[in-house]
Design a protein around this ligand. Structure first.
Ligand SMILES: [Zn+2]
Length: 404
């Protein structure tokens, strides 16, 4: 099949006018000017007309379990207060409620042009009850060992048996020790070992709130009190920041998808600079605004060469799963960010963080045929701005070579 559009945004070259993408067997086989692609490829031509044809978007941090919690929690005075509130809401939900939340979340992601999602899954035991996900999904198994130890056997069983039984599902499987305040150093090490042995991506929440920072750096604050009362050993607190504690303790490092990093201190930036490798952070602009965290360190992190991706977080701290809204919120907070830079944060950057360079997030031969189109009648160089300013649901999508 040959897809033709007035503008094609590849993300590995300038936008093309009257471009085309040839697709065969779920993969892209050619990209270029329509005349060239049509000469080299065979198959039915689908002419999308006055549209931008581009890669589907990648959401690098989402919790589909909580899709039904939109507007359920007012912006809290404290992060710990929010944790208590979401835990209370979770206790009221049944398995069927969660299954419905996941289905609704997928629907909303699709409506807004997301073809790949990193979903942090708190209830992996529900997965056998789910239909195949409608978009490419990395299921990150959320792990917390505050109350009971997670053994290596349980981890293996959960992570491997699940995915071996679903080879037809699009996407992959990863691990999510929840955060350094809810997952032990031992659990992080186990995840690191699993990740490198089985090539599984790893993600966690890090330096998300001022309270996490107060807990690790100064042994004080609401989160410190809350977790002390739950019986968490607090002997890792009082020496350094949450980020430094996790990096210097060998818990996290380059290669991880590190969500949030809202509360980085000077020594943390120095630590990033001093640690070679590909650092990947996931910023969630609307969730960041909801919690009123300190301004995100865009310029410092860009200077350090950190790959920044965007995520929506969950609807317990956001009112939309649209990555277009996230790009717009990021540009509002940091107006110097160009539309192209922001677009890379929902395409090529998360693709790299998932180890899928050239396969996801750009249009090139060999990449998965995950594409979206949106109306546009302007000149090709204006395409990035048009994408960034999109406020309408996406009406045309191709996933793995199939128009859906
Ligand atoms: Zn999260």
């Amino acid at each position: 099949m040959i897809l033709r559009a007035q503008t094609v945004v590849t993300l590995n070259g300038p936008p093309l006018r009257d471009g085309a993408v040839a697709v065969h067997g779920g993969r892209i086989t050619a990209v270029g000017p329509f005349e060239t692609v049509a000469r080299q490829s065979s198959g039915e031509v689908v002419d999308l007309g006055e549209q931008i044809l581009m890669p589907g978007l990648i959401n690098a941090h989402c919790h589909l379990d909580y899709t039904t919690m939109r507007h359920s929690i007012n912006p809290p005075a404290s992060f710990t207060g929010w944790i208590s509130r979401i835990n209370a809401l979770k206790r009221q939900m049944t398995d069927d409620d969660y299954l419905q939340a996941i289905a609704l979340g997928f629907e909303e992601l699709r409506r807004w042009g997301t073809t790949t999602v990193c979903n942090l899954e708190a209830f992996p035991e529900l997965l056998p009850k789910l239909p195949p996900p409608p978009i490419r999904t990395w299921w990150f198994l959320e792990l917390i060992d505050l109350r009971s130890r997670v053994t290596s056997e349980a981890l293996m069983q959960g992570a491997l048996s699940f995915f071996e039984s679903r080879p037809d599902w699009l996407g992959g499987f990863g691990l999510n020790p929840h955060a350094p305040y809810t997952a032990s150093a031992e659990l992080f090490r186990l995840c690191n070992a699993c990740g490198s042995r089985f090539g599984m991506p790893l993600t966690t929440h890090i330096a998300e709130s001022a309270e996490e920072e107060a807990m690790f750096a100064r042994r004080e604050g609401d989160l410190f009190e809350f977790l002390s009362k739950l019986g968490r050993p607090m002997n890792d607190c009082g020496q350094r920041s949450s980020f430094a504690n996790a990096v210097e303790g060998g818990l996290i490092g380059p290669g991880w998808l590190l969500a949030h990093a809202n509360e980085l201190e000077e020594p943390d930036f120095a630590l990033i600079a001093a640690t070679p490798g590909d650092w990947h952070l996931v910023h969630c602009p609307q969730s960041h605004a909801y919690f009123k965290h300190r301004p995100f360190a865009w310029k410092r992190l860009e200077t350090l060469g950190v790959g920044i991706s965007l995520g929506t977080d969950s609807l317990a701290s956001n009112d939309s799963l649209s990555l277009f809204s996230e790009m717009q919120a990021a540009q509002q907070a940091a107006p110097w960010l160009t539309s192209e830079t922001l677009l890379r944060m929902v395409t090529t950057h998360p693709a790299k963080a998932l180890g899928k360079v050239g396969e996801l997030g750009e249009l090139r031969p060999g990449a998965h045929a995950d594409l979206i189109a949106l109306p546009f009648a302007g000149d090709a160089p204006r395409a990035y701005d048009a994408i960034l300013n999109n406020r309408s649901p996406i009406e045309w999508m191709m996933l793995d070579g199939n128009i859906v």
